[in-house]
Design a protein around this ligand. Sequence first.
Ligand SMILES: Nc1ncnc2c1ncn2[C@@H]1O[C@H](COP(=O)(O)OP(=O)(O)OP(=O)(O)O)[C@@H](O)[C@H]1O
Ligand SMILES: [Mg+2]
Length: 301
Amino acid sequence: MNVPPAIRVEGLRKRFRTTQALDGVSLDIAAGEFFGLLGPNGAGKTTLISILAGLARADAGAAAVMGHDVVRDYRAARRALGVVPQELVYDPFFNVRETLRIQSGYFGLHRNDDWIDEIMHHLALTPHAGKGTQNLSGGMKRRLLVAQALVHKPPVIVLDEPTAGVDVDLRRSLWAFVSRLNREGHTILLTTHYLEEAQALCGRIAMLKSGRIVACDTTRNLLRRTHEHCAQLRVDGDAVPTNWQGRMQRDADGVWRVNFGDYVELENLLADLRAAGLRVQELQLQEPDLEDVFTDIMKGA
Ligand SMILES: Nc1ncnc2c1ncn2[C@@H]1O[C@H](COP(=O)(O)OP(=O)(O)OP(=O)(O)O)[C@@H](O)[C@H]1O
Ligand SMILES: [Mg+2]
């Protein structure tokens, strides 16, 4: 049997007046992936998500959710998708529980309170169930948006900057909950400007710049692309062995800094220091992170 990708995007183009928001984007996200969509402000991330959710029409190309075309088969595509929007939108006339019941009703779910209770529990919304949405703090409104996206247990969950303005505790519980949903088989598409979150959570990442995909790979491979590890060390002498002098810089504090490609080089450095009778007093390693890779790719693209 041929399983369709959870999300398929082919040659998507979208222009707003003078801005080419999407300039030919193609992407397949398999069912069960935890996928990151990264890019600077204005790269086109929200535009892509709006097209998936049927809130915007592409000028060209096609998009499908769980095999359902977002235009021809709008209802099925929409039902397969839960979107946490970037903008805080809510109806001020209802409380939290009512909002979630109404949202369930849009999907024809009229006895959904067990699941609503569970979602509220995981998002720490239970104590606020009876609060009017206009009385929620910004972070609580964000939680409500996450809850709304999940009422119909969609197989594909899209989170557009879900942690903007969210405190550390909720961020942790939100990621624990989303990771659990992913383990249970839900496909996750996440956009975020917190690259350490993307690095920790996403198995695969696409980077978007000016409406084009400039990188798309597993997080592991993207991290490997980056230059080097960096070691910072302090030794009990004024100089390092001559064969290392060209490669090492010393800062005002007397700390030596050296970039290396693999750990064998580090072993060699330590061996040479020992042979020269220099004792290492301090050693710190800086591993490459996604922020380095992102910056490199955006500069190069
Ligand atoms: N409704 C609209 N009318 C006009 N221009 C728009 C509209 N929506 C988006 N744009 C433009 O399209 C481009 C892409 O915007 P989009 O919101 O998709 O970016 P983004 O990657 O989500 O950015 P951010 O990280 O800031 O959320 C931007 O230049 C933006 O100004
Ligand atoms: Mg956006």
